[in-house]
Design a protein around this ligand. Structure first.
Ligand code: MG
Length: 184
């Protein structure tokens, strides 16, 4: 299902392309993208990225969804085919996380406690790559992007699939909007 069909305001969240060569501040992603599947594999390869640490909730799957979008299944399968290494890193701890990672054919680290670095360090060991060869992809500035930046990775902030969040996330979204004002 594409972004428009989900009713997400993708026009507000413009695909800005690769910002790797501009120094992004600690609370600024290197790149914005409406969805992971909107990022061309070729672009990542050209930027020297060989591995991905990917968030699950609201990045690959909305809270009310039970099935991964075909676009994400296809994108991940094609990425693995091209030689990318991928790990799913989630703060969620449910059985559902493992099942969805298995559908994507990637390993999964649940209970990650992002933005703390422990989960990211485990994911990096899984990938067996250098920190600048890894892109962190997620929908939250204060967990995915901040954690990725703290570990020295390239970071991609995606538009949340659903705008319904847990209370704590709603609070963080308020600060996200302040930090990102005028930068999307
Ligand atoms: Mg998320």
């Amino acid at each position: 299902m594409d972004c428009e069909r989900r009713g997400v305001g993708v026009d507000r969240f413009e695909d800005t392309g690769d910002k790797r060569h501009k120094a992004a501040p600690m609370l600024g992603p290197d790149r914005f993208a409406p969805r992971l599947h909107a990022v061309p594999h070729e672009e990542l390869e050209a930027a020297g990225i060989r591995g991905l640490i990917v968030d699950l909730d609201n990045t690959l799957l909305g809270f009310r969804e039970t099935e991964l979008a075909q676009e994400h299944l296809t994108w991940v399968a094609a990425a693995l085919e091209r030689g990318f290494r991928i790990v799913m890193l989630s703060n969620n701890f449910s059985e559902r996380v493992n099942g969805l990672a298995a559908q994507l054919n990637v390993p999964c680290i649940p209970n990650a406690l992002k933005p703390l670095p422990f989960g990211f360090l485990r994911a990096k060991r899984h990938l067996g790559l250098r920190r600048r060869e890894i892109a962190v992809v997620g929908d939250q500035l204060f967990t995915d992007v901040l954690g990725g930046k703290l570990c020295g990775h390239y970071t991609i902030l995606t538009e949340p699939i659903e705008h319904k969040d847990f209370a704590i996330t709603r609070c963080l979204r308020f600060f996200e909007r302040l930090v990102l004002r005028g930068r999307r």
